[in-house]
Design a binder for this molecule. Sequence first.
Ligand SMILES: *Cc1c(COP(=O)(O)O)cnc(C)c1O
Length: 515
Amino acid sequence: MTTMTPNQDAMIEKKPQADQPIPAAAEPRSARQVEPTVFEKSCPGARSVTLPDLDVAETPIPDALASTAPDWAEIGILQTVRHYTHLSQRNFSIDGEFYPLGSCTMKFNPRINEHAAALPGFASLHPMQGDADIQGALALLYQTRQFLEAISGLDEACLQPAAGAHGEYTALKVIRAFYKAKGEPNRIKVLAPETAHGTNPASCAMCGAGVITVPTVGGSIDFDELRAIIDREGADTIMALMITNPNTAGVFDGGMAQISKIIHEAGAKVYLDGANMNAILGKTRPADFGADAMHYNVHKTFSTPHGGGGPGGGPIVVTKELAPFLPIPQITESNGVFALDYDKPHTIGKVRSFITQFGIMVRCWTYIRACGPEGLRGVAEQAVLSANYLAAKLNDKYETPFWNSENGKYAAHEFLTVPKALLSQGVTLNDIAKRLIDFGIHPPTMHWPIKDCLMVEPTETESLETLDRFIAVMRRIAHEIETDPQQLAKAPQDATVNRLDIVAADRAPKVVFKG
Ligand SMILES: *Cc1c(COP(=O)(O)O)cnc(C)c1O
């Protein structure tokens, strides 16, 4: 074997024979290489499938049905597999890396859930099969109902809503129907803290309810302020308070029972946005602090893969007095026989096709059964411990406005940092977020619920080693900001793509469909 000196190597690279330019395809493959579309890879005559010879007479398609064939890509099976594998490798995923995206509870999804959902007896069901045919599936849904009722402390669950936002909408419809039936149709206003998730006011608008924003102090609602708003608006016009607890500042609002009391005295209902249930599973029940209705984000709390836009699940649970208004059909049980009950005279009707997002409920059932009551409590304890560990280790460089161990102010399952000192060095929050990508860490939620904050949610599924690595990376970025802040503007440098124009990506997306 001959060895080349670095010089010879350089000569070969720099001096291609004049008549034979090195084709682009012979360039070294970089992680950044643009992956052509399948259409660009299309090669006339290439096929991924070969069909057997016809064993019947060929019959032409009738003219009335025939149209021009679409311009499909012609591509072989190996090229197809590589194409999609390359694309998937550019995706960021929880299976690959740490994903501390606050408010989204990006926890690991145990594979046993996927296994259960894929069992042929579940996966091959047809939604039009009769009740007698699907007793096992109905039993699973009925038990899921019971689990969700027990965890909330409320009386009756409905598994229909397809996501958290859909649950908000459904529950507001139920509450509105309740007040109409009660002869109080003027209750059409919903109070929501200024830190509410964007879906809260959107759901109110979808239901025709006006939203009254309630200011917060230190992330929490001030009692006197709340009373003043109710007086100003008129107690008999208030339908509900929509609140998240632990709240969106990552803090369990200790005043929640008192807040519920004020709302109930006004004759209105308390709606709990249950997106943050991961922090309190088995520790407290929303009914115990005054909730009359709530939704779960099954895909967050009970571990279904999410982040790509669905499918998810947003079951709701309500008190006895609201239950008659729940959507139909309800899953019922009598003498060990499960059925779908459509006979609910006060129902708001249907909010989706069929019964529920069935595969998601199988995952939810499996997760809850696998954990058991002690395991669910353990989830909350570990999630809260992990968040507080990070806050404690980072707060000298990354200020935590709602976390201060000396004052006994701790976080729930997530915490906010507003790194003022670092931001005063001329870097932006976006620079910090982009730099994290270079270390294979998904940036936390940014600028929500308050400006200039990062919202970090480690979840209970991450190991101490991963948490320590995150701490090390965050401290390193702080050091980079203190020593060479300009560098950060170029991040990410080691990702598939550099800094993208996110405004253009939002406002002028280039979506090409060829066919
Ligand atoms: C995620 C989330 C929602 C919305 O839930 P979807 O399932 O995405 O519709 C609502 N409120 C809070 C606080 C959330 O974090």
